[in-house]
Ligand binder design. Structure first.
Ligand code: NOJ
Ligand code: CA
Length: 681
């Protein structure tokens, strides 16, 4: 008896992984640094690779399969066994050039598991690298060089997530028209169909989860497809023709990520995707400048002005100078001018008429740029592609060179192309293909733009983009994106973005990264006087709830002139923070943040509400001990509600706070608030 135990122990020690003795399907396991998250990787009865995740002793993800379907070979799914594993761990802190917080801690344990498929099933090799953090898990496939395959032609990736607890999900449909510009649905978890990520969930036992991905490079974005009960599977955005992804070996897939936390605040503060991206590849990026900006834009969105040349052309030289004067007078850093160029022919989709170097006849680009420089206002360039990436790629170099020569350091790109998708060059000259916005070809295009732009010291704010997967860490000039239903919808219909929309974005879309939502429509009016589902207080609170390093003040300059106190306050709200904390909030209901300026000792507190009036007690525990903070507060006035003209009611207050103080804040239906806490009496 004693002898056989000794032999078993010896065998286990000789193998590179922990074996459950006599088990035909050995497993390896690893845990997060504090031990709360435990991962077990194994194979099932059909020799399919599986993983399972437990948290705090409870099964969260039941054994779930890993694998691929191929277009030209047997699926990389069955016939696998584990041939070894290696462990590592890391604890480091890195600094962001800009962001919601200056420092990010990366504390994880890692296990790399090697799988080999038997020869009769294809003989493929697959490694899976798991990183376990105390607040989430990321894993990716690493496909090594191997005799049986040179290029991998992926029909689909079939990574499963078999979620054990039931609960609620917030999601938008994947693989539908209009990309990510959808109203979020709130449903039971098992009523999700196919969703774009991030998908946010709250389980009935109070755990907050978000499924997403990190480092989406040279691959297709995945949609989370509901299979049955709690079972979900990845499906990749298709390609126009052939495999959904084609890659030469060796290569790594993007990371599949699951944030896991006990609170909404923890879900929001989580840096999982950033930590799974590569460090900054661009070096000194001091030319990437966070700032506030206004735009010759709301006039076009509301239909008063046009992008195209004509009697109502928005981007005239005279109007540009007027807006530059406004920005300089109100200390707003930048000005976006849309419709400045040739090619606005009345169509949006796919045409190749857009020029990115030739200005419209009534727009003197050089004179406007010189005027902006003189007034100390940064111009933001605009490249609407209509989704014709072939046209854009052929002009990109010349366009960025021109922008840099004019002192332009940020460009907003646009990919309005709902009619079918992105127009990419085909195999033969003149041939084109329609591609998904998140397919491999367009993922590749976006990164090409970022890399080209970096050469000219230009930051990119992509609209109708591919989703954010934390690549801003590697390419800090990827300063912003739209990639959700933005403010523009409010121009087109009464309450078009309902009161819950922004408090839902905070816990869903915003988990992926900054968003150019374009707040600051203080008139609360869209086209033909349609109203926003917002109070004035909410417009101010958006600056603290929706992080954007370049943050718009979107209304007409003439309207903004009617809100001098609000504009003055907003012009001071930083766009680059030392720290950020969600101090009160629930998914889809409300969100109040406390954020500390990166360049001063000032704190800002504020946020937004849904349709339900509520009174919150805010705790100012984050302040520096012994310091008194003089505080200016903008909040909803008595009786304010987004439903009536009372949406314009706003109240201001001045008081002092010290660490540990509390403040009772009433939020109107569709309301919000913003406050600045400045050290001193
Ligand atoms: C759609 C964008 O969302 C909007 O912001 C932009 O003005 C138009 N495209 C034109 O570029
Ligand atoms: Ca848009």
């Amino acid at each position: 008896m004693r002898k056989s135990m000794f032999v078993a122990a010896l065998v286990a020690a000789a193998l590179p992984f922990a074996v459950r003795a006599q088990d035909a399907h050995p497993s390896v396991s690893a845990s997060s640094p504090d031990g709360s998250i435990v991962l077990t990787v194994s194979t099932d009865s059909s020799d399919r690779p599986t993983y399972e995740i437990s948290r705090k002793g409870k099964l969260l993800i039941a054994p779930s399969k890993l694998g691929f379907l191929l277009t030209d070979a047997i699926a990389m799914e069955r016939g696998f066994s584990i041939t070894g594993s290696e462990k590592a761990s890391a604890d480091s802190t890195w600094e962001q050039p800009w962001g919601e917080s200056r420092f990010v801690r990366d504390h994880h344990n890692e296990i790399l598991v090697h799988f080999r498929q038997s020869a009769d099933w294809g003989g493929h090799l697959v490694d899976v690298r798991f990183r376990l953090f105390d607040d989430g898990v990321g894993f990716r496939y690493e496909i090594p060089r191997q005799p049986a395959m040179d290029t991998m032609n992926i029909a689909d990736e079939i990574t499963e997530f078999d979620l054990v607890p039931k609960g609620t999900a917030w999601w938008i449909p994947g693989g539908e028209w209009n990309r990510y510009e959808q109203v979020y649905q709130k449903t039971p978890i098992d009523c999700v169909s196919t969703a774009h990520t991030p998908v946010t969930m709250k389980t009935d036992d109070g755990t907050y989860l978000a499924f997403h991905e990190a480092a989406l490079v040279d691959y297709s974005g995945y949609w989370l497809k509901h299979v049955d009960g709690g079972l979900f599977r990845t499906t990749l955005a298709p390609a126009a023709e052939g495999p959904r992804v084609t890659r030469k070996l060796p290569f790594d897939t993007p990371w599949r990520t699951i944030r896991i936390d006990d609170s909404a605040a923890g879900l929001v503060a989580n840096n999982l995707e950033l930590n799974l991206n590569e460090p900054n590849k661009l070096g000194d990026v001091s030319w990437v400048r966070p700032m506030k900006y206004i735009g010759i834009w709301w006039g076009m969105i509301t239909g008063k002005w046009t992008w195209a040349e004509g009697p109502n052309h928005g981007a005239t030289t005279a109007r540009a100078k007027e807006y530059i004067d406004f920005a300089a007078r109100h200390h707003i850093g930048g000005l976006l001018i849309e419709g400045w160029n040739k090619g606005w022919n009345g169509n949006w989709f796919g045409h190749g008429d857009f020029s990115f170097t030739k200005p419209a006849a009534d727009f003197d680009l050089k004179a406007v740029a010189a005027y902006a420089r003189k007034k100390g206002v940064a111009l933001i360039g605009h490249h609407e592609t209509g989704g014709n990436i072939a046209n854009y790629e052929s002009q990109m170099d010349a366009a960025f060179a021109l922008d840099e020569s004019l002192g332009i350091h940020s460009v907003k790109t646009g990919y309005v192309a709902d009619a079918g998708g992105i127009i990419a060059p085909g195999d033969k000259p003149g041939e084109v293909r329609m591609e998904w916005h998140d397919g491999q070809r367009n993922v590749e295009h976006h990164l090409k733009v970022i890399e080209e732009a970096a050469k000219y010291h230009i930051a990119i704010d992509a609209h109708e983009p591919v989703k954010d997967t934390g690549l801003r860490r590697t390419y800090p000039n990827w300063i912003d994106r739209e990639g959700a239903r933005g403010m523009e919808y409010n121009a087109w219909g009464q309450f078009a973005n309902g009161p819950s929309h922004e408090p839902t974005l905070v816990y869903t879309r915003m988990l992926s990264g900054p968003m150019d939502y374009t707040p600051g429509v203080f008139s609360l009016e869209g086209a033909n006087g349609v109203a926003l589902a917002s109070t004035v207080g909410k417009q101010m609170g958006l600056y603290l709830a929706i992080y954007s390093p370049i943050q718009m003040v979107a209304d007409f300059a003439s309207k903004l002139e009617q809100f001098p106190a609000e504009v003055d306050f907003v012009s001071k709200i930083p766009t680059n923070w030392a720290e950020s904390h969600l101090i009160a909030g629930e998914v889809g209901e409300y969100a109040i943040f406390a954020r500390k300026d990166r360049d001063s000792e000032d704190w800002y507190v504020g946020g937004i509400n849904d349709a339900t009036a509520r009174t919150l007690t805010l705790h100012f525990d984050f302040l520096k001990p012994g310091e008194t903070y003089k505080t200016t507060i903008f909040k909803d006035g008595e009786g304010a509600t987004y439903l009536t003209d009372a949406r314009h009611r706003v109240a201001t207050e001045t008081r002092t706070f010290r660490k540990g103080d509390t403040y009772t804040l009433w939020l109107a239906p569709g309301g919000g608030a913003a406050m600045r806490l400045h050290p001193g009496k």
